[in-house]
Design a protein around this ligand. Sequence first.
Ligand code: BEZ
Ligand code: FE
Length: 284
Amino acid sequence: MATTTNARVTTEDDITNEVLKRFEGTPDPRLRQIMLSLVKHLHGFVKDVQLTEPEWFEAIRFLTATGQKCTDIRQEFILLSDTMGVSMVVDLISHRKPAGATESTVFGPFHREGAPHMKMGDTIAPKDTKGTPTTISGRVLDTAGNPIDGARLDVWQADSAGFYDSQLPNSDELHMRGIFTTGRDGTYVVRTTRPVHYQIPNDGPVGRMLKATNRHPWRPAHTHFVVSAPGYEPVTTHIFDSIDPYLKSDAVFGVKDSLIVDFQTNDKGEATAGFDFVLKPAGK
Ligand code: BEZ
Ligand code: FE
């Protein structure tokens, strides 16, 4: 004979509501807001696609592999954030700029501390003999157009084969990086090689994700800058070469029109590019 009970039927929405209730007492209001929204969206996603158990285990395997791929010089989670477009959404939310101030873009995984301090006009590419010698120059200005004295430009770039120093066999050695400080006229001059488009690291889980979804791993040619000065909001940005074929399909969604620059070639076959960085006052 069947026994009847008063057992409560638990639905997916019951679980979501119960989880939300457990987070409701979070003392920090911002953390509370984030956790409640995260639970709502995460549960909503699982219900939307009716995620199966094998798919969830595969997702956990993927995230585990992403963590295991990370080392001091390999940042697979940054790559995941970048290729999912999350880094650029956070960038856009975080850095709303007044008209005229230089726009920001992704930081990426290849910045390193300890780059050498250089004099204006020094090259960051002393060993990159195959690339096109290139000079990038301009000024660092405030939003009123005045030059900023003592602005610091932290510059890094891939070499002409498309690799950052940390990807090379002698990965401890710093190359294609330098720190430049402006004088009273705000002028900077950086010698380098012409940036080339390159593939983001794709021999790990993020590369497998790109392949499975029929996406390419290319970034358009660019040079990275973090420009900062006391009293101003620092900007993390790139300048992009206007002739690059990947400007419209950057694997990490980092291109902004205001950062695209024409590189000119002179009669010696060398390239020049001009770009003024404009910083907004801190806290405004
Ligand atoms: C980079 O430009 O260095 C970069 C940015 C995001 C992902 C991979 C590389
Ligand atoms: Fe880069």
